[in-house]
Design a protein around this ligand. Structure first.
Ligand SMILES: Nc1ncnc2c1ncn2[C@@H]1O[C@H](COP(=O)(O)OP(=O)(O)O)[C@@H](O)[C@H]1O
Ligand SMILES: [Mg+2]
Length: 264
């Protein structure tokens, strides 16, 4: 619950009424927690995938060497030992595979959604963040823009990440949306610290962050880029140090035939 109260004063300055607003923010908070959790899961998934990749090659080597020796070892005790090595190698492979599967986010379903509604949801969620509350934020999204076919929660996560980054940049934020050709562009324009060419180059790298706070994983743009690309779209960034940054989410209105209906 969010409870706020204000006094309304009469003509002579006396208190004429008390206005109390009780807002149920449980569902907002739950969605916010879910988004934070999905970022952490993505981090765990990325680590697991990295480990699976690194561990996979030596495991394959051990397994083929064991088979090679098994085919040539006449001694039953040595054969038994080699068979045991194979069993344990198989076990490690399964553990690593399970780990990757466990941490992969659940498939999302695509639905028709209004960009304006998605932006509003992200803006409301972002307001739980103190840095966002301190920032001046304007959003002007034309409700008449055509609907897009997207995974709504994933898109909200992208917008939320971009709002949080703008708040961290120390500037103010304007959110606009426009239809250009066959795409809808959602534009996040901030007047914050901006980025150097070197920072721009590493922007989408997983675990890259210039914020030395343990709460910043450096995964926001990596995850957002992946999500937008899974929608057949793109994430464009322009920035100037000391002036600000513009991040544009490009969403195609016509779904590309190569884009799967099931997003993972
Ligand atoms: N709007 C922005 N203004 C300035 N720098 C930004 C902006 N968005 C992203 N960055 C830079 O890109 C880095 C990566 O962003 P992100 O992936 O969201 O990770 P995080 O926010 O956890 O640091 C940030 O640490 C910051 O240096
Ligand atoms: Mg971020």
């Amino acid at each position: 619950m969010n409870i706020s109260a204000s006094f309304l004063s009469g003509a002579a300055g006396e208190v004429s009424a008390v206005l109390a607003v009780v807002k149920d923010v449980t569902s907002l908070r739950r969605l916010h927690e879910q988004i934070v959790r999905s970022e952490r899961l993505a981090a765990a998934g990325l680590l697991a995938a990295g480990v699976a990749h690194e561990v996979g090659n030596p495991l394959t080597c051990i397994s083929s060497l064991a088979q090679f020796l098994l085919a040539r070892a006449p001694d039953p005790a040595i054969r038994e030992g080699l068979e045991s090595i194979e069993v344990h190698v198989e076990r490690i492979s399964r553990i690593v595979q399970d780990l990757t599967r466990l941490t992969r986010p659940a498939p999302a379903t695509l639905r028709e959604a209004s960009v304006g509604n998605l932006v509003d949801t992200a803006v409301n969620l972002a307001r739980h963040n103190p840095a966002v509350r301190r920032m001046k934020m304007d959003s002007a999204v034309d409700p008449a823009l055509p609907a897009v076919r997207v995974a709504p929660d994933h898109l909200v996560q992208v917008f939320l990440n971009l709002i949080l980054n703008a708040a961290d940049s120390g500037g103010n934020l304007t959110i606009r949306a426009a239809r250009t050709g066959g795409a809808i562009r959602v534009i996040f324009d901030d007047t914050g610290c901006g980025m150097t060419a070197e920072e721009m180059r590493r922007l989408f790298d997983p675990f890259h962050s210039t914020k030395d706070n343990e709460r910043h994983l450096g995964l926001g743009l990596f995850v957002s880029h992946e999500i937008v690309r899974q929608h057949g779209g793109d994430l464009l960034v322009a920035s100037e140090p000391g002036v600000g940054s513009t991040v544009t989410v490009v969403l195609p209105m016509e779904r590309l035939p190569s884009v799967s209906e099931e997003l993972v």
